[in-house]
Design a protein around this ligand. Structure first.
Ligand code: ZSY
Length: 393
């Protein structure tokens, strides 16, 4: 039987309300609620909700709502070709249309720090000195040669009702011409791993990593669509958005990306090619970039297709019939309908179209961008061992 002193110390140690010694003496036993290591409750509402449940009581709606956050936001094509998808985000009280990018880790926005010539037609984040993270800067360059740089603020960011009360908001002071010309896009919201966030002197967390612990489940579901608005679901999987099972595969996050391996592919109704394709799932990349051998095998089945160095990739007559393309992931088939692989005319009004499947040789890795992702419901599971899940839409 522990001594009175040790019991008192134990009570103090676990932070229970210290009963007066007499009452402690009277209480023959008391409960110290234990939670599994690493599963401690991270928010008050969740704690209160668990107590209601513990005593078999219904959890009031307001408490349940606050306990485990979840929410959805629309992802709308930026143009008629699905070049990118934009989502409305409340950044410090201003609604901004952001490109959610699982291939990068910075949340950066057009801002009042830029010359007004660069921000015409855009929503602009009002950078206020009271919110600045003094001495912090950021600078990012993307694979297509675009880039941006600026200063860092801490502000409230709300996505589909899920709130990050103090999110690193990277306000642009300068942006590349590609971003200046894209008048639909007010910035990027990175959803890769925070390890590649570019803020100095101290890397910041992505929106997802900032809110993860408050979410019902540490994941987000991505439902991009062909020539239509889809959604990003935070904290839950919306099973109404896909048919069949979700196939999960391991993630290699060593480069900061959602890396995975496909074990092969099928062109149309042909035979399966069993070859490992190391790729990343990147919502911020428009096209599907795969090894040259697989690209050649695909366009061999498309009449009039050719590698056009002037255009920088494979093109074909816009009237061509395109075969489906199937990736084997986790032993199951995940198919892009052929029509999704016609990206866009090479120029407005042209009858020559640019292929949605292109060569990854200059990139150094395969990239499963929107051309593939829009055929699936994709689960980005950020648990301690991350996973990627794919389900045919
Ligand atoms: O655009 C990027 C990209 C994204 C983030 C970063 C970065 C640097 C530092 C932190 O993040 N660097 C990139 O380059 N792609 C797609 C890509 C790469 C090359 C050619 C075409 N597309 C990254 C996901 C692979």
């Amino acid at each position: 039987m522990p001594s009175f002193a040790s019991l008192t110390a134990l009570v103090a140690a676990v932070g229970l309300v210290a009963a007066s010694p007499v009452s402690l003496e009277k209480r023959k036993a008391f409960t110290v609620e234990q939670v599994e290591k690493g599963k401690f409750i991270r928010n008050g509402a969740a704690s209160v909700a668990s107590t209601y449940l513990k005593y078999g009581k219904a959890v009031p709606a307001n408490i349940a709502a606050a306990a485990a956050a979840q929410g959805s936001v629309a992802a709308s094509p930026s143009d008629e070709y699905d070049s990118s998808y934009l989502c409305p985000v409340d950044v410090g009280g201003t609604t901004m249309e952001l490109d959610f990018d699982t291939g990068s880790a910075d949340l950066w926005v057009f801002s009042s720090l830029q010359p007004s010539s660069q921000t015409a037609g855009h929503a602009v984040y009002q950078a206020s000195s009271s919110k600045v993270k003094s001495g912090y800067t950021w600078k990012i360059s993307y694979g297509d040669g675009s880039g941006a740089a600026g200063k860092v603020y801490a502000d409230k960011v709300v996505v589909g009702g899920v709130t990050a009360t103090s999110q690193a908001v990277e306000a642009a002071t300068s942006i590349s011409t590609q971003f200046q010309q894209d008048t639909n896009n007010d910035g990027l919201l990175g959803l890769s791993f925070s390890s590649i966030n570019t803020v100095k002197p101290k890397a910041q967390t992505t929106f997802f990593d900032t809110v993860k612990s408050t979410l019902a489940k540490p994941l987000f579901g991505v439902d991009l669509k062909y020539h239509a608005a889809g959604t990003y679901d935070f904290g839950f999987i919306d099973t109404s958005k896909f048919s069949g099972a979700v196939t999960y595969v391991d993630v290699d996050s060593s480069q900061g990306f959602w890396g995975f391996t496909a074990s092969g592919y099928i062109v149309g109704n042909g035979t399966q090619s069993s070859t490992s394709i190391d790729a990343i799932a990147d919502t911020g990349t428009t096209l599907l970039y795969i090894p040259l051998a697989a690209v050649k095998a695909y366009y061999k089945e498309v009449s009039g297709a050719k590698l056009d160095s002037t255009q920088g990739g494979y093109t074909f007559p816009c009237s061509a019939t395109l075969p489906d393309w199937t990736a084997i992931i986790g032993g199951t088939k995940h198919t892009i309908p052929g029509k999704y692989i016609n990206y866009a005319p090479i120029s407005d009004g042209s009858s020559t179209c640019f292929g949605g499947i292109q060569d990854d040789s200059d990139i150094g890795q395969s990239i499963f961008g929107d051309i593939f992702l829009k055929s699936q419901y994709v689960v980005f599971n950020g648990a301690s061992t991350p996973k990627l899940g794919f389900a045919q839409q």
